[in-house]
Write a protein that binds this ligand. Structure first.
Ligand code: SF4
Length: 466
């Protein structure tokens, strides 16, 4: 796929509807409580019998934060009680034991991600204990070919902590920055001086992290074009390998913490749109490659290389270079995937998650078994989002379908998008244009068989572009 992306304010306005981010297809609202622990146990054991059992990916959710950022839409628990972390860890260890019994020990863990919440809510000792236990239970890699990442709140780490985290085997770090502007930081209850963030970034380099990633948010209260442009300049000057710039979704009925944001501080839609334009312009002018769906990376980064050679993947952790790994989700709300057919999610409430573990059960809350049709549509969405093109004949041979008749309704529904220049349909192929890359979700949604079943409330939970 070409790496070009084009911002067009009129088109962004036209296609700015709430929609899934497609870190999975079908998306989590389709998961059902009818499918739980028993189905997962069976699928996990069966996954070892593949002729070549794949490597593993592990996601660990650490939900605690000491103070609420008002914009937050994550599954998190606000507490200053450090003993909450201790109790959580002891249950997490039991969950690890239950999970480790299911997977053959010769399956190496190629990908590991600690997210939250705030993983660095845990002390160095607790993080080291958790890593030691995972290492004891699964086959972790000791070379740099692995992708072991941790989300870090820059307010919670200093140089010594960075050294400790690197020493535990993490080789990638991602920092929540959002905006350096003090007025914005005050409005969202997250004050973190830019000097501290920049010090963490340079410390991460010194301590050998192979990849440093920065998260920004546009559309936050009190953001201005000038202020956000300055944040972007300062971030770019620090040269992180990856930058994610997410859109702020103001949904106070769903995310209660957002009620703390003053209405008069909210970012007007026109400013938000301008912020997106500035973000794309500044990052691409500085040499960053637009990977897709809010993500940018330096040209030498693995994501940029994968985009260029057509091997980019999209999974529960966003864009990735690793395909076909079984994903083990640990901790409350964590999502897992086994084989080609099964998604599961842990209980979202701490008491439910803890209750299951306390009686020796895996805390699987709900799941979804993909039908053949789901897998076909997932592959279409992957091709569009990761490769920006689809060869109808090759696709048809792969799934033994006639693409054009199978998707006749979807293809005709794409006509207005073709007219607006988001994609081209030539005989036998679909190609996303540079304009369409920014709005690719609108294209993917045409192939989502479940969207009509979603209630208005569920649709509103999905984010928008601006
Ligand atoms: S944004 Fe991150 S640090 Fe802030 S409350 Fe949410 S999970 Fe916690």
């Amino acid at each position: 796929m070409g790496v070009e992306v084009r911002f067009d304010a009129t088109m962004v306005r036209r296609y700015d509807v709430p929609g899934p981010r497609y870190t999975s297809y079908p998306t989590a609202p389709q998961f059902s409580e009818a499918l739980g622990e028993v189905a997962y146990l069976k699928a996990a054991r069966a996954s070892n019998d593949d002729p070549i059992p794949g490597s593993l990916s592990i996601y660990v959710h650490v939900p605690f934060c000491t103070a609420p950022c008002f914009y937050c839409g994550c599954t998190r628990i606000i507490t200053r009680d450090q003993t909450a972390g201790v109790r959580y860890l002891s249950r997490l260890q039991r969950e690890i034991e239950l999970q480790a019994r299911l997977f053959d020990r010769d399956r190496t863990v190629d990908q590991l991600h600690f997210g939250g919440g705030t993983p660095t809510f845990l002390s160095d000792f607790e993080l080291a204990e958790l890593m030691r236990f995972i290492r004891h239970s699964f086959s972790l890699r000791d070379d740099d070919s692995c992708e072991y990442s941790i989300e870090v709140d820059p307010r919670t780490v200093d140089d010594a902590r960075l050294a400790a985290i690197a020493g535990q085997g993490f080789n990638r770090i991602s920092l929540g920055v959002q905006d350096f502007n003090l007025e914005v930081q005050k409005a969202v209850n997250r004050i973190q001086p830019r000097e501290d963030v920049l010090a963490v970034m340079s410390g991460a380099r010194r301590h050998g992290f192979r990849s440093v990633s920065v998260d920004l948010i546009y559309g936050l209260p009190r953001q201005t074009e000038t202020g956000f442009a300055q944040t972007l300049d300062e971030v770019i000057a620090a040269r992180p390998d990856r930058v994610a710039a997410y859109s702020y979704a103001h949904l106070p009925q769903t995310f209660k913490g957002q009620k703390q944001i003053r209405i008069e501080d909210l970012c007007p839609p026109e400013v938000k749109l301008a912020l997106l334009g500035i973000t794309i312009d500044k990052l691409t002018s500085a040499g960053y490659i637009y990977i897709g769906m809010d993500h940018f990376a330096l040209p030498g980064d693995e994501l940029s290389v994968a985009l260029a050679d057509g091997t980019l993947q999209r999974n529960f952790q966003g864009y990735s270079t690793r395909a076909g790994l079984d994903l083990i989700g640990l901790g409350m709300s964590a999502i897992g995937q086994v084989g080609d057919e099964l998604y599961v999610q842990n209980y979202r409430l701490l008491e439910d998650w803890a209750g299951a573990i306390d009686v020796g059960r895996l805390p699987v809350w709900r799941g979804h078994r993909l039908s053949r049709e789901d897998r076909i549509r997932r592959a279409v969405i992957q091709d569009l989002m990761c490769r920006g093109r689809l060869d109808m004949r090759g696709f048809g041979e792969r799934f033994e379908i006639d693409f054009e008749s199978h998707f006749a309704a979807e293809l005709s529904s794409l006509a207005p998008l073709v007219e607006d220049g988001l994609l081209e349909i030539a005989p036998g192929r679909l190609a996303v244009t540079p304009l369409g890359r920014l709005l690719v979700r609108a294209i993917a949604m045409r192939f989502d068989a479940y969207l009509n079943e979603q209630s208005n409330g569920e649709m509103r939970r999905f984010s928008r572009i601006v």
